[in-house]
Design a protein around this ligand. Structure first.
Ligand SMILES: NC(=O)c1ccc[n+]([C@@H]2O[C@H](COP(=O)([O-])OP(=O)(O)OC[C@H]3O[C@@H](n4cnc5c(N)ncnc54)[C@H](OP(=O)(O)O)[C@@H]3O)[C@@H](O)[C@H]2O)c1
Length: 332
């Protein structure tokens, strides 16, 4: 489930006094200096903003599966050590470069960075900031880019989910899974079957809007789904687990069903039996949220704006499983 790091756990004044001796604007950042080791909290000297850049006072930063992979050296993009994790954050604008026209000092913003978010400040290109209205709380805003961006991309853009269709989501109580339930149910008026690895996770998924649930640690996912929807199957699958869970979900699809590969949390990448695609005219497709930023920025930006709008309209309500202070990221 979604978690955020709260960067503003001490007042800036406290920090200034502590940094002292003429370096009054030092700020604290989480630092991964060695892979698979606890993060350190370091005081960092701020760098000047470039003409196109913005300095943001970070209030909350999303904690994502990708941060954990990166800190273990298992993320698809290798990072040079040391680095500061954190790919999505929310806060207020402190300073703008001379060419910045999109935001001004004091604006409330969401930032999407290639890491660096788990700190009290982040300097970022203006193109990677989205303004948010007063009615969207900064805490919830920090969870919108990745979980909700991925859910909207998978359900709307890739699978073209229609009202009344049935969506099966795996790891349903994870951050992506809960966002999929929220968007599918409350925005797209689809029916959701939540599949998860424990009764407790199934219960949470049901509380968040799923119509029914399957605990796949207790037997065959395909058989359980068949009991719920009959042999007709489900229209859309969003899978973040991979391996056998993916294969059973693929076999649960209806005629012209769509399965969207989002992740491999279980650690195994399944091969797609092509005959299954042919037999039921099924489509298998992938979503890599971060690549849309480079390949189709208007779509990437539009989807984040949609997430902000849905949140403002209270059509979606991000579930935050835990909030940690910045210094708590030291834990391994
Ligand atoms: N393609 C993209 O753009 C994109 C975007 C966001 C996330 N992802 C990927 O999607 C996956 C889920 O992300 P998330 O943010 O939802 O993560 P999360 O909140 O940490 O949830 C992960 C869930 O995966 C399931 N899981 C199964 N085997 C696991 C294992 N060996 N270790 C840990 N979890 C395991 C667990 O649910 P059960 O116990 O219910 O199985 C767990 O609750 C990750 O692989 C992530 O990298 C991809």
């Amino acid at each position: 489930m979604a978690a955020v790091v709260w960067a503003r756990c001490f007042s800036r004044a406290w920090l200034c006094r502590r940094a002292g001796l003429g370096c009054g604007r030092h700020y604290r950042a989480a630092l991964c200096a060695e892979l698979k080791q606890p993060l350190a909290i370091e005081e960092v000297a701020p760098r000047p903003v470039q003409p196109h850049e913005v300095r943001v006072d970070v209030h909350f930063c999303g904690v994502n599966f990708a941060d954990i992979l990166a800190c273990c050296g298992q993320y698809q993009e290798r990072l040079h050590l040391p680095f500061t994790p954190g790919m999505e954050f929310s806060g207020t604008v402190l300073e703008t470069g001379r060419d910045v026209s999109t935001v001004k000092e004091g604006d409330r913003v969401i930032g999407v960075s290639a890491f660096n978010g788990m700190a009290e400040e982040c300097v970022i290109d203006q193109k990677r900031l989205w303004q948010i209205p007063e009615s969207v709380p900064l805490r919830e805003a920090a969870t919108l880019p990745i979980s909700y961006g991925t859910a909207i991309l998978a359900l709307e853009h890739r699978a073209c989910t229609q009202p009344g269709e049935t969506v099966l989501v795996t790891a349903a109580a994870g951050a992506t899974g809960l966002a999929v339930i929220d968007v599918a149910t409350n925005v797209l008026q689809a029916k959701v079957i939540a599949a998860a690895g424990s009764d407790e996770k199934c219960k949470l998924a049901m509380q968040r809007g799923a119509q029914s649930s399957v605990n796949y640690s207790q037997g065959s996912l395909k058989e359980a789904v068949e009991k719920l929807v009959g042999s007709g199957g489900v229209n859309v699958v969003v899978d973040t687990v991979g391996g056998d869970v993916f294969l059973e979900a693929l076999r649960s699809l209806a005629w012209e069903g769509r399965i969207v590969v989002v992740g491999f949390a279980g650690g195994t990448i399944a091969s797609v039996p092509a005959n299954l695609l042919l037999l039921k005219n099924v489509s298998a497709m992938g979503v890599y949220w971060g690549r849309y930023r480079d390949q189709n920025f208007p779509l990437f930006s539009g989807i984040l704006s949609s997430a902000v709008q849905y949140c403002q309209q209270r059509r979606i309500q991000p579930h935050i499983g835990a909030v940690f202070k910045l210094e708590e990221v030291r834990c391994s």
